[in-house]
Each structure stands twice: as structure tokens, then as C-alpha cells.
Design a protein around this ligand. Structure first.
Ligand code: HEM
Length: 436
């Protein structure tokens, strides 16, 4: 029995399954370290297998039953995660991807500023999807990208639909879409393998190369099918969240002129200190964006994009006088963690300066989850958002059509009008990569 009531609070657990907040009062609790199973609703890895078979129960079991035959075992999760972590979040990979991100951000902002009214959130989601596709498949044509985007959108619609496999229903379209997606991705994988066979190894170009190179300690590499599954899953995991947080950070900046001014001054300083021949942002400059990083952390806290995750108790756990028996599911409600007034005074207030000299205790800031399931795209996401805000702050402003648009809270907090408005260019500073 793991007795939390008598366990000292640890702030430095190597792999904490962290969960803190107000459970039955103000008592804090922290679950034992380790892999406590996987969430049984909306789990990212369940996307790996979703829609691979047309049996209706496959959809339900993928998302609901952890022992499902289409689900992914703990061992498989560990193996794929280990092999894909560095290609997504490693330093080498991140510096490589920055160019794709910045090129896409600069051209999107430029395009939007000439478009009149746009749904800012919808456009941001398209942008973050495009960025993820470029990170994976940098050399594919615009045509291929469009097909992938179209089929992926159909697949995504089916995720929360009823499992009715009849033409006209979203689930049926999703099954068809996955088949087409797989066919296109398989052609890309085959062509890439062929190219690599005929050409001498070059520096890595994108995540597809990195996945093909990834090897475990026994020399085992990812098969084509595994690479495709990982791509499909990452396309899902890696765009929606970044799009929403980018929108909210932009809105908070605009709503708080003092914050906007300070964040903009920081970006101007970065550009001013750059050598004239430098093209585009560098990782070093991203690290210099200390204030912007606080703006993003505060946005992640206030918005809490992922409301909840599930864990499973691997042994009996005592919490606040209650026993959570081994095998029970535990729901970690991130919003109560992020709105705990003991950790975050006036929790509803957007206040980036609360992060000045403040590092929350382990388990008190979980925008990317925690433990062995910690979001592997956390650094990538922050870089993506920082690059967008860098260019937005320097050159643009957003004029909302309905500033008082009501909000929707499920599945994610957003204005009902998807943030309808205009993007206006207010300066031409640094509009092209590296041009000042
Ligand atoms: C602001 C952006 C993002 C937020 C707020 C976010 C948040 C989260 C959260 C809360 C989880 C669940 C963690 C847990 O169970 O403890 C998660 C998992 C995951 N995220 Fe993210 N994420 C973001 C961006 C990304 C990006 C850019 C990628 C990839 C390119 C990504 C890939 C994943 C994957 C693969 C998982 C499943 C991890 C596992 O179960 O092992 N995410 N994310």
C-alpha cells in the first residue's frame, strides 16, 4: 500500500505520476511514480490504431477499453515512444524544424493580412497542421500536402462520431479517409526508402528521415506500417493544441496592452541584436524570449487545453483517508490544479509576471501532463507558439469582429465564432525571414 497521507511530499521525483489539487478539501496529493496505465478516453496512442479495421467495436474499444485488441500495450507504447522522442523533441531536430515553422508562419500571416475577415482559430489550426506536415515530410509537393490535409480532416471528424459504418456517416468517411491516408503515406515511405538506398546518407531533412534512422539497442527499427501509424497519430496530437494556445496567447496579449508592450519590446531587442546576415530565428534567440515564455506558460495555465487525463493505480494508494484500490482509474483534473489559489493567487487573472522568480512545485503545473506520458511535443509546441508570436508582435494586430463572442468549453475552450476578425499589418519590420 502506498500511503500518501504519510508520505513526505517530494518535489524531485524522477518520473512522477503527478497530480495535485484540491481533492476533498485543500489537501494536496501526489500519486506514486511510474507508468500507471493509459487514459481510456481520447488517448493519443489510441489514434495509432483507430480506424484500422472497420469492425464497429474497434472504434469503441480503441477509445474505451484498454485491453482492446486494437489498443496499444504498455510495452509497445514504451518502445515507440522511446524511438520517436528524439526525432520530435531533440535539440538537433528542433533546430532543423525551426526553418519550416518560421517559413510557414511568415507566409500565413502575410496571406491572412490580405484576406479580409478570417476565422483566426480555423486558420491557425490549418497553419499548425501544415507545420506538422512540413516537419514530417518537408520535400513533398503542395498537391500531396493538400490530399493529406483533406483526408486527415475527414478522419478527424470521425473520431468523436458514433460508430455507424454506413455511407453518409462521419465514421464511414473516417474509415475511408484512413485508407487513403495510408495509401499516400505508404507511397511516400516507399519513395523515401528508395531514394535513401540510391543516395549517400545526408544530413537529416525531416522527421520521416529521423524515424527511418531510429533504432533501439537491439538494432530494431520501425517498419513501414509503424512509421505510418506514428505519422497519423502525431498529425492528430501535434496541431490542434498548438493552434488553440497560439490563438489564446494572441488574444491575451491584445487584451493586456502592458503585457503586449513588454513582449513586443523583448522581440524588438532580439531583432536589434542580430547580425545583419542572419536569416531567421535561432534556438538561442528563442531561449532569450524570457518574458514571452512567461506569457505562454500563463496562457497554458489559464486555458488548460487538455482538461483531464486518466491514470490507473498500479498498487493500492491512500489519499486523504481514502483508498484507491489497485486497478482503479484515476482522473487527473488539470484545471483544478492550475486554478488552485494556494499556488496561483487570483487564479483567474492572466498575469505573466506571476512567473517572475517562481517555479511551481512538481505536479502543480501540468499543461503537458506528466510522468512517462508527458507530452513529447512540449518543446516543439512552445517553439512553434514563440515563433508565431514573435512575428505577430513585431508586425501585426488582430481586430476581432465580435470581441464579446460567447465561449464554448468542450471539447476545448474557444470563442463560438472561432475568433472571427482581421489580421492587419502594422509594420513591415522583419516581415521576411531575417529581413529587418
Ligand atoms: C500547446 C500544445 C500542446 C499541449 C497543451 C499538449 C498537451 C498534451 C497533454 C496534456 C498530453 C497528455 C499527457 C499525459 O497523459 O500525462 C499530451 C500527450 C501527447 N502529446 Fe501533446 N500537447 C501539445 C502539443 C503537442 C505536439 C506539438 C505534439 C507532437 C508533435 C504532441 C504530441 C503528443 C503525444 C504523442 C502525446 C501522447 C504521449 C504519451 O501518451 O506517451 N503534443 N499532450
Amino acid at each position: 500500500m502506498y500511503d500518501l497521507d504519510n508520505e513526505p511530499h517530494s518535489d524531485d521525483s524522477a518520473d512522477p505520476l503527478v497530480a495535485s489539487g484540491s481533492l476533498a478539501g485543500e489537501r494536496k496529493y501526489e500519486l506514486p511514480p511510474g507508468d500507471l496505465g493509459w487514459p481510456f478516453i481520447g488517448n493519443m496512442w489510441s489514434f495509432l490504431r483507430a480506424f484500422k479495421t472497420s469492425k464497429p467495436e474497434s472504434f469503441i474499444s480503441t477509445f474505451v477499453n484498454r485491453n482492446s485488441f486494437v489498443g496499444i500495450s504498455d510495452e509497445e507504447h514504451r518502445w515507440i515512444r522511446k524511438l520517436t522522442a528524439a526525432p520530435v523533441n531533440g535539440q538537433e531536430a528542433l533546430s532543423l524544424y525551426m526553418k519550416y515553422i518560421e517559413d510557414n508562419v511568415v507566409s500565413a500571416l502575410d496571406k491572412w493580412s490580405g484576406m479580409g475577415q478570417i476565422e483566426f482559430l480555423t486558420e491557425l489550426r490549418k497553419l499548425t497542421f501544415r507545420i506538422i506536415m512540413y516537419i514530417f515530410l518537408s520535400s513533398e509537393s503542395e498537391q500531396v500536402m493538400e490530399v493529406l490535409e483533406r483526408e486527415y480532416t475527414a478522419l478527424n471528424y470521425g473520431v468523436r462520431a458514433m460508430a455507424i459504418n454506413i455511407p453518409g456517416f462521419a465514421y464511414h468517411s473516417a474509415l475511408k479517409a484512413r485508407k487513403k491516408l495510408v495509401a499516400v503515406l505508404q507511397a511516400i515511405v516507399t519513395a523515401r526508402r528508395e531514394w535513401r538506398r540510391k543516395n549517400p546518407p545526408t544530413a537529416k531533412k525531416d522527421m520521416m528521415d529521423a524515424l527511418m534512422d531510429a533504432e533501439d539497442e537491439n538494432g530494431r527499427r520501425l517498419k513501414d506500417e509503424e512509421i505510418i501509424d506514428v505519422l497519423v497519430m502525431y498529425l492528430n496530437a501535434g496541431h490542434e493544441s498548438s493552434g488553440h494556445i497560439t490563438m489564446w496567447a494572441t488574444l491575451f496579449l491584445q487584451k493586456n496592452p502592458d503585457v503586449f508592450k513588454r513582449a513586443k519590446a523583448e522581440q524588438e531587442e532580439i531583432v536589434k541584436n542580430r547580425s545583419p546576415d542572419q536569416k531567421g530565428l535561432t534556438l538561442k534567440e528563442i531561449r532569450q524570449m524570457e518574458y514571452l515564455s512567461k506569457v505562454i506558460d500563463e496562457t497554458l495555465r489559464v486555458i488548460t487545453f487538455s482538461l483531464v487525463v486518466f491514470r490507473e493505480a498500479k498498487k493500492d494508494v491512500r489519499v486523504c483517508g481514502y483508498t484507491i484500490p489497485k486497478g482503479w482509474k484515476v482522473l487527473v483534473w488539470f484545471r483544478s490544479v492550475h486554478f488552485d489559489p494556494e499556488t496561483y493567487p487570483e487564479p483567474k487573472k492572466f498575469d505573466p509576471s506571476r512567473w517572475d522568480g517562481f517555479t511551481p512545485k512538481a505536479g502543480h503545473f501540468l499543461p503537458f501532463g506528466g510522468g512517462s506520458r508527458l507530452c513529447p511535443g512540449n518543446d516543439l509546441a512552445k517553439i512553434e507558439i514563440s515563433i508565431f508570436l514573435h512575428h505577430f508582435l513585431l508586425n501585426y494586430e488582430l481586430e476581432r469582429h465580435n470581441p464579446a463572442s460567447p465561449l464554448m468549453y468542450l471539447p476545448h475552450t474557444r470563442p463560438k465564432d472561432n475568433c472571427l476578425g482581421r489580421i492587419r499589418r502594422v509594420s513591415t519590420q522583419n516581415v521576411k525571414r531575417g529581413e529587418i
